[in-house]
Write a protein that binds this ligand. Structure first.
Ligand code: PLP
Length: 370
């Protein structure tokens, strides 16, 4: 009997329609061998604060005996630290296993076949994947390279959830608090301002918290805090929104080490202010070098540059960008190329690494241009 049941098992009929129809998200390449200049997934070139490493060691307690015990289910110490950092109450914070976890919770909580989601395009390509898996439609509202988009189109999209990436990824441009407030005023749903890159920007949307019950800000420790390998993020929102997300998340969505690392990172503001200032300085000097070579560089408020390569003959465009990307990769310099959208196809997205890494990148593009 068992054998015949097993032979008639039809996996395809069991997979939920959203999962069956949705192609998987493609993360940036993560080569595991040494020797790469890795400028493709916006990681931080500096190590995390020594206080973070000490906090992880302390949490392990020498023998690792602490790992027998479950962590704080609500990540309470991390919520408290993030609340203090932003001057909000703990009930306004939810911790996530990376900000991707936060984004996934938002999609699960606020989208379904009857509740479409919306996003600006181009922006983070994970959003439509999460919506698709949840059998929700995703409306895409165009944004220009200058950051212009129609607030009317967002307001009238019929969506219940809208993603605004600020600064935008992959473009790097930032939206003004006035633009964001206009969306919050008009959009009849939850507005997620994904601030993965906001620590590198001049301004952010946190000043709007408290004024808008439909605002959710998501943050990550993967970029500014140099902790992509730990998977830590959080959401800031009205307590009622946080309470909904709390019902959806895994009971223990952050491990002990991640919680301890996140608290220590938020408490070492001096270290990270210095790291961020250095990255911003290298961003500006690299942009200047690229412009000097004739590349079009979008004004970036993030830890990456969106820049259009120019060939020795003075040409630019998708073919030139593809050729430059391939040359860099052959020379073990990894950047990101987004060929599937007409706005992004002439550009490469270059993460800001150390000054030495950026020099390697510049030397390699000079070799390419010759
Ligand atoms: C716009 C945006 N949001 C969220 C994330 C995910 O960050 P995390 O590592 O916290 O999941 C990324 C990662 O590249 C991103 O670019």
């Amino acid at each position: 009997m068992k054998a015949s049941l097993a032979s008639s098992f039809d996996l395809a009929r069991c997979v939920s329609p959203g999962v069956a129809a949705q192609p998987a998200y493609t993360p940036g390449e993560q080569p595991q061998e040494a020797g790469w200049t890795k400028l493709n997934t916006n990681e931080n070139p500096f190590p995390p604060s020594p206080k973070v490493v000490a906090a992880i060691r302390a949490e392990l307690g020498g023998t690792g005996n602490t790992l027998r015990l479950y962590p704080s289910p609500a990540s309470s110490p991390l919520r408290a630290a993030a609340a203090k950092f932003h001057g909000v109450a703990e009930e306004n914070v939810l911790a996530g296993n990376g900000s991707d976890d936060v984004l996934n919770l938002l999609v699960r909580a606020f989208s379904c076949p009857e509740n479409p989601a919306a996003m600006l395009e181009p922006s983070y390509s994970l959003y439509p994947v999460l919506a698709g898996l949840n059998t929700a439609r995703m409306k895409k509202i165009p944004v220009s390279l200058e950051g212009e988009f129609s607030v009317d189109a967002v307001a009238d999209s019929g969506a219940k959830l809208f993603f605004l990436t600020n600064p935008n990824a992959p473009l790097g441009i930032a939206f003004s608090p006035e633009q964001i407030a206009a969306v919050l005023e008009r959009f009849p749903g939850v507005v997620v301002v994904d601030e993965a890159y906001a620590p590198f920007a001049d301004r952010d949307a946190t000043g709007l918290l408290g004024a808008y019950p439909n605002l959710v800000i998501s943050r990550t420790f993967s970029k500014a805090y140099a902790l992509a390998g730990m998977r830590i993020g959080y959401a800031l929102a009205d307590a009622a929104v946080i309470a909904v997300l709390d019902r959806v998340r895994d009971s223990y969505n952050l491990d002990r080490l991640a919680q301890a690392a996140g608290v220590a990172a938020l408490e070492d503001r001096a270290y990270y202010d210095d790291v961020i200032a250095r990255i911003r300085a290298v961003r500006e000097s690299t942009a200047k070098e690229l412009r000097r070579r004739g590349w079009r560089v979008l004004p970036s408020q993030a830890n990456f540059l969106m820049a259009a390569p120019v060939s020795s003959a003075g040409a630019s465009g998708p073919e030139i960008a593809a050729a430059c990307f391939a040359f860099l990769k052959t020379h073990k310099v990894l950047v990101r190329y987004f060929p599937n959208h007409p706005l992004t196809a002439p550009f490469l997205r270059i993460s800001i690494g150390s000054a030495e890494e950026m020099q390697t990148f510049l030397n390699t593009i000079d070799a390419w241009a010759q």
